[in-house]
Design a protein around this ligand. Structure first.
Ligand code: NAD
Length: 450
């Protein structure tokens, strides 16, 4: 059976891959188990040397990868190029950081000398979404391999071609069956989770994350879950209002809002709401909607009709419950949701509570900072948050927010070496950073009396 990848812009066929029948998934995992010991027995620096050419190999084909990303899920080509660069642009540094994180550690308390080893788990399942079709597989597969695990990747059914090409490049550097791919939809994901894997690394929606955690629990399989969110932006009275409004537009509409750390709720004090809205509406009007392949496009189609319908339903329900359309919400066509700004949103509306994953900026006017903090924290999610304001003041407010990553006058991404981590129901475990890399490993402690 074939899985056909469809371009959400015009419905054309991008390519197809062969679906792995569910009953063949255990066989794939058993091949991974046979291949793992030799790979795991290599030293960290040998694995790093084997994987080092990956960056150049992807960069040599950067245009092809960027184009495929746009074709498969609609992302504007400039953002797709950015994704390729962000994925492998610092690969050497990333590999060195993993080697450092996973090297054995010595402890000596005067009576006992211990060595802590960071050993492979065995076989790792990586299950990934479509919104960053190259970066999401890479973020999971690379640390899992570097830790000495064999990996079975189940990429999203919406972006199988990018994943397939990425896997082929990596396979050219690896012994056979150390990395394999299973194509298909949720059934293949379920079959992989149920199979004889030791660690499940998942990035995707909260709902799927819950299913995976429940399914993994009977065998006490390890899980790392990076899930959805409903990220807030708090604008303080001492903020650069123009910069904050530009950020709100950029981070609500980027990738058509299909980013786990998109701005989904914006809290603005009454005193500055007018100038903030003026600038937000101006920035919204500047967004060029169209084919992601056109250089000038700032907003492409939603990934598919289901995602489009979810966003439009949420917006329509919010309007029925009293939200006001300040911009857009007209001219939606095909898989396109036009940039939309809503005001008078309240926390009783689904749009303030459930992930939208669409190009919608929801503005909520607040009395003061305390109300903004209270409402920002009134969510089951907690991946990222952003505060705009005088830096010291905004940093203090940041410490009151219940999120894993908080940006002050910028997006959430931390300095090189910081973890990618969600709080509350946005994640369980995490990756990147020294401690994140170690989550792909089984620690083992060997101790000697002194
Ligand atoms: P999804 O949960 O629908 O699917 C993700 C992957 O899981 C796909 O490969 C899918 O086939 C597979 N899958 C579906 N059901 C499964 C099951 N029961 N068992 C095993 N596998 C299953 O998510 P999506 O629509 O592909 O991606 C969008 C979501 O991903 C959003 O919620 C977004 O916030 C989240 N996301 C989070 C991060 C992060 O870093 N926290 C990053 C990117 C995307």
């Amino acid at each position: 059976m074939k899985l056909t990848s469809i371009n959400p812009y015009d419905g054309s066929v991008v390519g197809e891959v062969t679906v792995t029948p569910g009953d063949q998934v255990p066989g794939v995992v058993s091949k991974a188990r046979s291949a793992q010991p030799a790979w795991g027995a290599m030293s960290l620096s040998e694995r790093r040397d084997a994987l080092r050419p990956l960056g150049q190999l992807i960069e040599d084909r950067a245009d092809e990868f960027a184009r495929l990303i746009t074709l498969e899920m609609g992302k504007p080509i400039k953002e797709a190029r950015g994704e390729v660069t962000a994925t492998v642009g610092r690969l050497d540094h990333e590999l060195d950081a993993i080697v450092e994180a996973l090297s054995p550690e010595q402890l000596d308390d005067g009576t006992t000398r211990s060595t802590i080893y960071h050993d492979p788990f065995g076989v790792c399942a990586c299950i990934t979404p479509w919104n960053f079709p190259l970066m999401m597989p890479h973020w999971l597969v690379l640390p899992a391999l570097m830790a000495g695990n064999a990996v079975v990747l189940k990429p999203s059914e919406e972006s199988p071609i990018v994943a397939q090409r990425y896997v082929e490049v990596l396979q050219s550097l690896l012994p056979p069956e150390v990395l394999q791919v299973v194509h298909g939809k949720d059934d293949q994901g379920k079959a992989l989770v149920a199979s004889d894997v030791d660690l499940i690394c998942f990035t995707g929606s909260r709902e799927t994350g819950k299913h995976i955690m429940a399914a993994a629990s009977s065998g006490l399989k390890r899980v790392i879950l990076e899930l959805g969110s409903k990220d807030p932006l708090i604008v303080l009275e001492d903020a650069d209002v123009k910069a904050a409004a530009r950020f709100a537009a950029g981070n609500s509409f980027r990738n058509a809002g299909q980013v786990c750390v998109s701005t989904e709720r914006v809290y603005v004090p009454e005193s500055i709401v007018e100038p903030f809205m003026d600038e937000l509406l101006k920035a919204s009007a500047e967004v060029t909607v169209g084919n992601g392949l056109d250089e000038g496009t700032g907003l492409g189609p939603m990934v598919n009709a289901r995602q489009r319908d979810h966003v439009l339903k949420q917006v329509d329900e919010a309007i029925a419950d009293g939200a006001v359309v300040a911009y857009g919400h007209t001219g939606h066509h095909d898989n396109f949701v036009m940039p939309t700004v809503l005001t008078a949103v309240t926390h009783s509306m689904d749009i303030a509570r459930t992930e939208t994953f669409g190009p919608v900026a929801c503005v909520i006017t607040v009395k003061d900072e305390d109300e903004a903090v209270r409402l920002a924290n009134d969510s089951d999610f907690g991946l990222g948050a952003v505060v705009y304001g005088e830096p010291d003041h905004a940093s203090r407010v940041a410490r009151r927010l219940n999120a894993g990553m908080i940006g002050v006058n910028k997006s959430v991404g931390g300095a090189c070496g910081a973890p990618w981590v969600g709080a509350r129901q946005s994640g369980y475990g995490y990756h990147a950073s020294r401690d994140g890399h170690r989550q792909f490993c089984q620690p083992r402690v060997v101790s000697l009396a002194k």
